[in-house]
Design a protein around this ligand. Sequence first.
Ligand SMILES: [Zn+2]
Length: 195
Amino acid sequence: MLIDDGTFTGSELDYSTLRLDLDDGRALHYADVRRLGTVALMDADRFEEYSDKLGIEPLDGAFTAAHLSAVLRATSQPVKKVLMEQRKIAGIGNIYANEALWRARIDPSRPGAAIGLEESTLLRDSIVAVLGEAIEGRGTSFRDYRDARGKRGTFVDKLQAYGRGGLPCKRCGSKLVLTHAIDGRATTMCVKCQH
Ligand SMILES: [Zn+2]
């Protein structure tokens, strides 16, 4: 979403597909170059029904290691896929799932049920840290993402795994592997230090 207060000069609004005029004269634009997003108009009842189906927010205090451990234990799906399942945990996208798993040294393909409490604790802390740093950096401008002011997010400079396939692991120096075999999305991992 972009807030247009009249200061944009370049191509920021080229991909705007929805414009909401605000009372104060500014406009809120939905600009999605890759067209992966959805915008839905809902009344209060419909929104409640919708949000009830979403999983826990990772930055909610209730997202503890025990909670994550319980979510993982209940499934044999790859841990990375579980992290991105919005009905289980809301709001972890592909980039942040890659980063959190690299930090926690966990192989993204491992079944959720195989992740114990100790690793769940590491993973939970990694998720919270990665999201916190990403928010501080105003997001990750890997290709085209812009924040609400039209600026690039700076978290891209801190990526350790995502987008670094074939490059040396910043922890052990091994070549990072890029695969789409786990969940159909790009997964970059270190086979030497992620187990
Ligand atoms: Zn490594």
